[in-house]
Write a protein that binds this ligand. Structure first.
Ligand code: PLP
Length: 487
């Protein structure tokens, strides 16, 4: 049977080696040649190519399939390694992690049970321990890898919910979560998935530097109690998605301890500080009950690579269920390390291998130096923007984002400025010269640079600012601009 030759087994090992080398070759060629982060192609044009491919008629040939893939994907992909990709929280990835990715998908261990993973489980456990030690969570800490920050946040809040329901005589509808107005939207999604009330997430106002105000939190907690409701968790953000601001963790931890409320620290973005020379920005994180980290953001790992860590491993029991065919109670009694006992997922990738090879080849300090480089760059970018009369820039960054907008004079009205900035973002993406993000602050449209590429220079930022100003100016000066946005 011809199909058998496609299996990775003893007979297919050579074919596997060659196919992966072929694929890597194509990627390397595109990475080397990419002169822009994006070609600016429209979804309609790309769909015309992809939708007409007949999936019931295989090409039967690796080279032909890679040629086709080059045309429908690699040619027009968005390249995060490019120094002018400055949009979302996507990092360029390190080669040791890609090596890990190749190995883990080929061996295809599944980390739900020991009998599907062996050493994979022990490696994951070592990395969880390594991370909890870096955080300082104490001797009872534990955790598990997840697919991303969203999943880690849902998982952490599920544990907080179940702890609250165990401890207090209340129903899920009474529980409230406190997060700053700058917290990630996955907190709200989590509340919905966890069956909490529609208004379960209370948005705590921030201070001028876009961090949660402890005083405002204190008042919110008191008001919640007065209303007969139950504070379930405070979600502190260590690196907000828009501003990179780190909530005042020591003060929030004090408040949580005093009031007996679960403290979750969402360090999806800020976790890179754990290996950086700015580690003290995370002071107080060691007092959390649970922590989210996204290695695929500030540890330069490919998607997906994230973890949830907890101070007290006993709380992980809220995700423990036994199945006779997979992880019978007997196995737990024999102390077989079955990670499924800690995770809402069953079949689970050995993502930990990417971080393992990264630490074994590069080491933590090297990863930290990459993150420090982008934080330094953001500060240089802030100074550039602060001295540029074409732009208004918000808060000096603690991490690596810049939120600003084109506003060359105080007599440009707010609506016009909104439209000009929206236009500039769209125009620069369509040209493919750079990718920048956008956000809304106090009802107005801003532009955002998320700097995660240590190869990006201050000159790159300057070039992008010139391009943005040029597009915004074109918009402001011509009716061509307004008709384009309308279209
Ligand atoms: C990115 C991010 C998340 C979500 O993480 P995913 O890996 O995208 O699911 C959660 N919280 C913060 C603060 C983030 O920046």
């Amino acid at each position: 049977m011809q199909a058998l030759s496609h299996l990775l087994d003893a007979a297919g090992a050579d074919r596997y080696r060659l196919a992966v080398a072929d694929g890597a070759q194509r990627v390397a060629r595109r990475i080397t040649a990419a002169g822009r982060p994006f070609t600016g192609i429209s979804p309609a044009r790309l769909a015309a190519d992809i939708d007409t491919i007949d999936l019931d008629h295989p090409l039967g040939d690796t080279t032909a399939a890679l040629d086709e893939l080059d045309r429908v994907y690699l040619r027009d992909a968005v390249y995060f390694h490019h120094p002018r990709y400055l949009a979302h929280l996507n990092c360029p990835v390190v080669v040791p992690a890609l090596l890990g990715e190749t190995v883990l998908s080929a061996i295809n261990s599944s980390l739900d049970t020991w009998d599907q993973s062996a050493g994979g489980t022990l490696i994951e456990r070592r990395l969880i321990d390594w991370t909890t030690r870096r955080i300082g969570l104490g001797p009872l800490a534990d955790g598990v890898f997840t697919s991303g920050g969203t999943q880690s946040n849902v998982h952490a809040l599920m544990l907080a919910r179940d702890e609250a329901l165990d401890r207090f005589a209340c129903s899920a509808g009474d529980l409230r979560i406190f997060a700053s107005e700058y917290a990630h939207f996955s907190v709200t999604k989590a509340a919905k998935l966890l069956g909490l009330a529609e208004d379960a997430v209370i948005s705590v106002p921030g201070t001028a530097d876009r961090r949660m105000s402890p005083e405002a939190l204190r008042r919110s907690l008191a008001a919640c109690r007065e209303a007969g409701l139950v504070p379930m968790a405070v979600v502190a953000t260590a690196g907000t998605t828009d501003f990179g601001s780190v909530d005042p963790l020591p003060q929030l931890a004090d408040l949580c301890r005093r009031t007996g409320v679960w403290l979750h620290v969402d360090a999806a973005y800020g976790c890179g500080l754990l290996v950086s020379r700015r580690r003290r920005l995370l002071d107080g994180i060691e007092r959390a009950d649970s922590v989210t980290v996204d290695y695929h953001k500030s540890f330069f790992q490919p998607v997906s690579s994230s973890a949830i860590l907890v101070r007290d491993r006993a709380v992980l029991r809220h995700a423990t269920y036994h199945a006779d065919y997979l992880n019978p109670k007997r196995a737990a009694e024999e102390q077989l390390p079955n990670q499924v006992d800690k995770s809402p997922q069953t079949t689970r990738r050995f993502d930990a291998l990417k971080l393992w090879l990264t630490l074994r080849i590069m080491g933590p300090d090297a990863v930290g130096s990459l993150f420090d480089a982008v934080v330094d760059l953001a500060d240089a970018g802030w100074r550039l923007l602060d001295g540029d009369p074409r732009f208004e820039v918000l808060v000096r960054p603690q991490l690596s984002t810049l939120v600003f907008r084109y506003l060359p004079s105080s007599d440009m009205d707010a609506e016009e400025a909104d439209a000009a900035n929206l236009y500039a973002r769209k125009a620069i993406a369509e040209s493919g010269e750079a990718m920048v993000a956008g956000t809304v602050v106090d009802g107005r449209h801003y532009l955002k640079l998320t700097l995660l590429n240590p190869r990006t220079t201050v000159d790159d930022i300057g070039t992008v600012l010139d391009l943005l100003a040029h597009h915004a100016e074109t918009y402001a000066n011509t009716s061509v601009g307004s008709s384009l946005v309308a279209a």
